[in-house]
Design a protein around this ligand. Sequence first.
Ligand code: GTP
Ligand code: MG
Length: 195
Amino acid sequence: LKINKSELEAIAVRPAQYPPDGPAEIAFAGRSNVGKSSLLNLLTGRKNLARVSGAPGKTRTINFYRINDRFRIVDLPGYGYAKVSKSVSEDWGQMMERYLGTREGLRRVIQLVDIRHAPTRQDLQMYEYLRHYGLDGVVVATKADKVSRNEQAKNLAVIRKELKLGPEDILLPVSALKRTGTEQLLDVIEKVLEE
Ligand code: GTP
Ligand code: MG
């Protein structure tokens, strides 16, 4: 897969704001600051398509990006940002449930975790949730440039074990900084689109 066209199609907090259901969608989930928006920019080769910030909680809406006039990548709001109030985090749950539970075109959710750490409790919950909906099976370990080669292998094994990934499940290290892992991930996306 090569991405040669990408554009922001819709920004939504409720279903009425979603673009029409139908085209295949692949969503990115993960905690705030894990690198969802950076990964989208890396895959599309566009530095500023999605807003990236050092301050967690940047993406608080569901952002739909139209790719190659063929499918969508959906940047989901991050979880685990401690500073959001109770009501904001409830809205988050409702927003996620309405999208993940009802979207016909949704083919897979790519779960992002930080390669430096074991998955958090919320990562585990999120992944269980994806399993429940049959949207699991592809995990990306972000910020691979922040650990040594040795640590990389060790941490990937921990992530595999904690998330209970099976041999058929995919776990890919990527680095938005070093621009590594994209080709493999684009191959995975192509396979999901062909399923
Ligand atoms: P929210 O929108 O808050 O949910 O965050 P997000 O998951 O979209 O994260 P974002 O892409 O905004 O990145 C958060 C921070 O991590 C930024 O400072 C990025 O520059 C940095 N970052 C993202 N990916 C990488 C990576 O692969 N390597 C390194 N070193 N930094 C990264
Ligand atoms: Mg973001």
